[in-house]
Design a binder for this molecule. Structure first.
Ligand SMILES: [Zn+2]
Length: 246
């Protein structure tokens, strides 16, 4: 089977003198691995597009027995030189990539997640996001993958939650309740500001998050509940310098 598709290159490595393996996020097929034979020398077929952070149009096929994918040729769509030449920006983008590698499997091909990743790279390239930017990215990937609680209304009585009162988040059910409907034993209390921030992330994209000035306690609470929510529903936990699927 042969196909042409847009991808973002997550990682590459050498496995023989001129040959590379490439891990990439496909716009339609999730995270994929393929070999690029002659990848490190063929300018005609790959024209310098086999670099992490590149957005590339790939023509992909398989070997004769169909056991692995082979990249036949690629052309660069966008190169992100600003990310590649700045250690801090590279770290932010790499953090997002690590999450994609553990959270978006082959079967989870999702155009919205691909668009989210390219918009995120655009923002990191053009602006100076702070160190918390990847948190918003992770939360949004979870929302786009369908782990998408409604932070705006009480799951029980249907009343809007946008007052200044705290709300109750049941992480396991992925549901929110107002204080009147919950005696505090099911789930944990989070501030209205945290619920509002997470609802806002659901409605916006990376270009909006860059201007967000969040009080430290709300930011901390967003981190804390979303990391536990993703661990419970997606089985992904952060460990030191990478994510682990549990
Ligand atoms: Zn209620």
């Amino acid at each position: 089977m042969e196909l042409t598709e847009k991808v973002v290159i997550l990682k590459t490595g050498k496995f023989k003198e001129n040959d590379l393996w490439v891990r990439f996020l496909s716009a339609t097929r999730g995270v994929q691995n393929a070999f690029a034979f002659g990848g490190s020398r063929s300018r005609r077929r790959f024209g310098g597009c086999l670099e992490p952070f590149s957005q590339v149009l790939f023509k992909t096929g398989t070997n004769k027995t169909g056991t692995y994918q082979v990249l036949q040729e690629g052309s660069l769509v966008k190169g992100y030189p600003g990310i590649r030449s700045d250690f801090r920006k590279m770290g932010l983008a790499a953090n997002c990539f690590k999450f994609i590698e553990s959270a978006v499997l082959e079967r989870d091909g999702n155009r919205a997640v691909f668009d989210l990743l390219t918009e995120t790279l655009d923002v990191i390239e053009e602006a100076e996001p702070d160190d918390f930017f990847p948190l918003f990215f992770r939360a949004k990937v979870a929302f786009e993958q369908g782990y998408n609680p409604d932070f705006t209304i009480c799951a029980q009585c249907g009343k809007p939650l946008f007052s200044s009162r705290p709300v109750v988040f049941n992480i396991e059910k992925g549901q929110l309740n107002c204080l009147d409907c919950n005696d505090g034993r099911q789930g944990e209390t989070i501030s209205a500001g945290t619920a509002r921030t997470l609802a806002w992330i659901q409605d916006t994209g990376p270009a909006s998050w860059i201007n967000l000035q969040l009080p430290a306690d709300i930011r901390q609470e967003c981190f804390s509940v979303m990391d536990r929510f993703m661990a419970y529903h997606m089985g992904v936990v952060w460990e030191g310098n990478g994510y682990r699927k549990i």
